[in-house]
Design a protein around this ligand. Structure first.
Ligand code: PA5
Length: 449
């Protein structure tokens, strides 16, 4: 089912005369289309080409079959290696959070949260648990540290059989996890080349946990393919693709000093799509002083939280507003409601969501927030695949328009190097000295509370 992008309220006077309207004639779209064609020929944007789909469809079922008997899956990963799986879990397997759940469980561990990891190891039955370690690089310290501890837990409980309880999702040839898989003969699935974490949800990174929970991963992939096929077949049509139009709009927003992009989602079960989108957008575009800060919000909850700031705070926000008219409306209100609530008679609980979504969207537009409305045609897996592909493509195209590389994340490396130095890892002499200087400056001007 197709989604609609409605631009009726996307512009305010500040955007008039911006690049949005002129860029298509300026020939820039043409050069970006040539860039797209080159990427597709070299298969360096596999999230778009989905060139990994067939190999995935072959490799996934045997792994799924081997892990099918387990009730629990513990996913160890961070950033793009975890957020997509959680977004899909919350959207399509909400029952795990509901009372009375007895089915399979997915536990996504994406932090250095010692009590949480202890609780898992204390309470989960190792014989009924599969541990999935997701790391493209195979060297991310948070994920590897988790793996070291969880592997010891499995080994203590299961002896040599621990090897039947681990799946490594990592680079096909390189890295420590790949080495680990070969050394111990562990189950593995590859993260394809050129598919960095935040663009990897549709490969085994997100599809293995999704399929374990019974989520229709084929529909997710088909939804994504529906969005990108026209680009693959005719890259020269880039200028008219909705993802490119979203990118143009965002470039125009940034150019007009809109420094924040609200992602206001009125599909409650898609709440964690906001966290997934925020990481995708921020880590891809926050470079060289450019980009906009993604602000995830969920309707209706955040009407009673951040919405006041959206409506009447600094005029620096654009909004991608996501809703779906075709959501389950839940129960009807009973006939006896008392005088105050009579107007709810004959309506359903979900009617509130629709009415409040409309009200908020209009209030945002009337208060001058440029709002682009993504009206979803559905909220199932195919719809999610379409949405995720649109978001990933729009992010990359925005990066291209900003003349930055949307696929790297150089700035976050310094903090990692400093943490390594602090932990005594070899090879960080300069960072150790810099840390010592930084720490010597601390504590000179403090308050005590
Ligand atoms: O989106 C990204 O590229 C990052 O957030 C990575 O996913 C994150 O740093 C984890 O990397 P890796 O998968 O190599 O462990």
């Amino acid at each position: 089912m197709k989604h609609i992008l409605d631009w009726s309220h996307s512009f305010t006077h500040r955007l008039e005369g911006s690049g949005f309207s002129t860029l298509r004639q300026a020939g820039r779209a043409q050069s970006l289309a040539a860039r797209l064609r080159a990427h597709l020929q070299a298969d360096t944007l596999p999230f778009l080409s989905l060139s990994f789909r067939k190999p995935l469809e072959e490799a996934l079922p045997p792994v799924l079959e081997r892990i099918a008997p387990y009730k629990h899956m513990v996913l160890l990963g961070i950033g793009g290696s975890a957020l997509g799986a959680r977004a899909l879990q919350k959207a399509f397997y909400p029952q795990q959070d509901w009372p009375g759940h007895t089915g399979k469980c997915l536990w996504v561990e994406d932090n250095i949260d010692a009590p949480a990891l202890d609780a898992l190891m204390h309470n989960l039955p190792p014989h009924d648990t599969v541990v999935v370690v997701v790391s493209k690089s195979g060297g991310t310290i948070e994920t590897m540290a988790q793996f070291i501890l969880v592997r010891a837990w499995l080994q203590n409980a299961l002896g040599d059989a621990w090897k039947q309880h681990v799946v490594l999702v990592t680079d096909a040839t390189c890295g420590e996890l790949r080495h680990e898989a070969e050394t111990h003969g562990l189950m593995t699935l590859p993260v394809p080349d050129h598919l960095g974490g935040r663009y990897s949800v549709l490969c085994a990174v997100g599809m293995l946990p999704a399929a374990f929970l019974g989520i229709d991963y084929q529909a997710l992939l088909s939804g994504a393919a529906a969005v990108s096929t026209s680009l693959l077949e005719q890259p020269e049509t880039l200028a008219t693709h909705p993802a490119f139009r979203l990118a143009l709009w965002n470039e125009a927003l940034m150019g007009a000093d809109y420094s924040q992009l609200l992602f206001f989602c009125y599909v409650p079960q898609w709440q964690y799509m906001g966290a997934w989108f925020a990481q995708l957008w921020a880590e891809s575009l926050g470079k060289q002083g450019k980009g906009s800060l993604p602000v995830p919000a969920v309707g209706v909850t955040d009407q009673h939280s951040t919405n006041q700031m959206f409506l009447d705070g600094p005029r620096d926000k654009g909004c991608l507003f996501v809703s779906c008219a075709a959501q389950d409306k839940g129960r009807a209100f009973p006939a006896e409601l008392g005088p105050r609530w009579t107007y709810l008679q004959g309506k359903h609980f979900g009617d509130l969501l629709q009415a409040e979504g409309l009200g908020t969207r209009m209030a945002l537009a009337q208060s001058g927030v440029p709002v682009t409305h993504l009206a979803l045609g559905g909220t199932g897996e195919e719809a999610a695949g379409r949405f995720m592909q649109l978001a990933m493509a729009a992010t990359v195209f925005t990066g291209w328009l900003l003349d930055i590389d949307p696929l790297d994340q150089p700035a976050v490396e310094l903090g990692k190097r400093l943490a390594n130095a602090r932990l005594g890892a070899p090879g960080y002499a300069e960072e150790e000295k810099a840390l010592a200087r930084f720490m010597a400056e601390q504590g000179k001007d403090v308050d005590t509370i």
